[in-house]
Design a protein around this ligand. Structure first.
Ligand SMILES: [Fe+2]
Length: 616
């Protein structure tokens, strides 16, 4: 049986001139996110808007993943947004999944979508927000919710849009509750027979968090958090307060937090995030009508996007990060005691917070932790599909659903790569070394910044050694060099290390972790190694480590081992293969265009080592 899961909504069918979603980036700042826009509600009350982002598709055959991919990789526009900031459906990602399985849409038995908006869900949403609005505003919000529901989110509209997108509508179409899709995306791929499951994001239909138990192939809910409580929403609002963009810039806050001291604003955050005796938390500030002014009163003026950083900004980020740690650990400690479960699964956008994940690992609360590599809504396509497969009794035992890797995207044959190269014959030269891994290790060891494009593309926002840019971690100046050559990131943001898993303990304090294959845990770099790998050691002595397994990525593993032979160090700097504000490269053409438009020194595309004819 084939099950297709997908994420995303589109408002294309109703888009009107001048109407923009909260994702419209151009004028987004701390003042404008609170403005009321037609068809929407103020940001603080509904921070992720109505409109799905991170459109993606996933295909299962008999309960086993065949392919998963994010639409942004094909459209080349980040987070699957179109130019007006509105979201798109995953048309190309679905086409890829079908191609990978060698089937057509008519062969799909079940389609599963990642949200379940019903009239009742909308009524509950309105009821939850009622105390937060004046009677006049509430009228607007109520009307707005119902209008958008009817135009975009009702199952009738969702199904019709699917039919228009694919030209077909399978007889079984399942709308899966959002947090259940997140929960499934973590539980089934974890491969644990039983586990505690926590999902945290901005908001689904009405929940911002879900706590449950996975056991015997089923997920049972313990309790959920409902808006206006939302750690994801609070984090997002403060991301914008700090002068970054919502949706995607949360990493920058995490990086900035390492420079700050949480003490200065600890009391302020104590009021923003409160902990309850029953293991729950609340964010009462999000229910306040004057949240904008209150945050400015508490922390000073918002940082203007692109403006200078003050110590105060880092201190706000540090206190926010600390408040997040306290709230999540509070929930987990309670649930661990309540259930006795020793294995943990995490998903939801907040589970991409590697610093938080590292703190959970080091807390000693759990024996094993699995974080879905596509913990954001991208992963809900596979989560929704897994729920559908479980309902149809299609899921194999946990050991067979376990993800050892996240390489579920497209791959390209040597012929396809050669064809891509031929298109750039005027600008590029290539050779076929006897051993591409050894050749690249040699380039990296001699200080080059090298594109590494191999095998199937990663699912989730991290490049894990198949669509990566690699460099020498021993050179303290490498961060600036990569930023100058290709990335152009803020100087405070760290780059990540990839280490062969056998040597992880040599460089990193892996307390509470067996491995970190998806680059989702921040861990301390051992003190005596910080000077050895300065380019991947953050200001606070930590690193967002990826452990590389010989079994799941033999080519990348061997590259690092060759680098070790040359240098004695079994770590390389691994950053995603893309330029700033573009999605990670998907096809050989994308990789070659990126090579040509930046100062990357060379790229290994499949078995070919590619250089520019004329250095820029
Ligand atoms: Fe979500």
């Amino acid at each position: 049986m084939y099950v297709l899961g997908y994420t995303g909504y589109t408002r294309d069918s109703r888009v009107a001139a001048g109407v923009r979603s909260p994702f419209a980036k151009a004028d987004q700042n701390f003042d404008t996110i609170f403005e009321f826009r037609e068809g929407e509600v103020p940001f603080s009350m509904f921070p992720l808007g109505y409109f799905g982002h991170d459109a993606s598709a996933a295909l299962l055959k008999d309960g086993v993943v065949v392919a998963c991919a994010a639409e942004e990789r094909f459209t080349r526009v980040k987070y699957s947004l179109n130019l007006a900031g509105n979201t798109l459906l995953p048309k190309q990602a679905i086409a890829y999944c079908l191609r990978a399985a060698g089937i057509s849409i008519n062969d799909v038995d079940v389609v599963a979508h990642y949200c379940d908006f019903t009239p009742d869900a909308i009524r509950r949403r309105v009821a939850l927000l009622r105390p937060c609005f004046s009677a006049d505003d509430m009228g607007l919000v109520d009307e707005s919710f119902h209008n958008v529901y009817a135009a975009m989110m009702s199952s009738h509209v969702v199904r019709e849009q699917f039919r228009q997108m694919t030209g077909s509508l399978p007889s079984t179409f399942l709308s899966v509750r959002h947090h259940l899709a997140h929960a499934a995306s973590a539980f089934y791929p974890a491969g644990f027979p039983e586990a505690l499951i926590l999902t945290i994001d901005g908001v689904g239909e009405v929940e911002s968090s879900f706590l449950g138990v996975g056991r015997a192939g089923k997920i049972t809910e313990l309790r959920s958090s409902f808006i206006p409580t939302s750690l994801g929403a609070l984090y997002l609002i403060l991301t914008v307060y700090l002068g970054f963009k919502s949706l995607g810039d949360e990493y920058k806050v995490m990086g900035l937090a390492s420079y700050g001291d949480p003490k200065r604003f600890r009391n302020g955050f104590g009021e923003l995030v409160t902990l309850n005796g029953d293991g729950t938390y609340a964010t009462p500030c999000l229910a306040k009508r004057d949240l904008h002014d209150e945050l400015i009163r508490a922390f000073g003026p918002a940082r203007i996007p692109g403006g200078p950083f003050e110590g105060r900004h880092a201190d706000v980020a540090a206190a926010l990060q600390e408040a997040l740690h306290h709230a999540v650990l509070h929930t987990l400690a309670y649930a661990r005691k309540e259930t006795g479960l020793v294995d943990l699964c995490l998903a939801g956008g907040v589970a991409l917070n590697c610093t938080l994940n590292g703190v959970i690992a080091r807390s000693g609360l759990f024996r094993n932790i699995f974080v879905q590599p596509a913990a954001n809504d991208e992963g809900c396509s596979v989560g929704a599909a897994l729920i559908a497969a479980a309902q149809h009794g299609e899921l194999p035992p946990p050991a067979a659903t376990r993800w050892k890797h996240a390489y579920w995207g497209p791959e390209y044959s040597p012929d396809e790569i050669l064809h891509g190269l031929e298109g750039f014959r005027e600008q590029l030269l290539w050779e076929k070394p006897a051993d591409i891994a050894a050749a690249v290790a040699h380039e990296v060891a001699s200080g080059k910044v090298v594109g590494w494009f191999q095998g199937r593309m990663e699912f989730g926002p991290r490049a894990l050694g198949n669509r990566s840019i690699l460099a020498d971690p021993r050179d303290a100046g490498m961060k600036d060099k990569i930023n100058e050559k290709v990335k152009r990131r803020e100087a405070f943001r760290p780059f990540a290390p990839a280490v062969v898993e056998e040597d992880a303990e040599v460089y990193f304090d892996m307390t509470g972790l067996r491995d970190s294959p998806f680059m989702l845990f921040t861990v301390p770099v051992k003190k005596h190694q910080r000077a050895v790998i300065p380019a991947v050691t953050h200001v606070d002595g930590t690193a967002r480590v990826q452990t590389v397994s010989r079994e799941t990525n033999p080519g990348f593993w061997r590259l690092i081992m060759e680098f070790k032979n040359l240098t004695g160090v079994s770590v390389v700097l691994n950053t995603s293969y893309n330029v700033r504000d573009e999605p990670i490269v998907c096809s050989p053409g994308d990789a070659l265009r990126c090579l040509l438009s930046t100062n990357i020194d060379c790229a290994a595309v499949g078995e070919f080592l590619v250089r520019k004819r004329h250095a820029r």
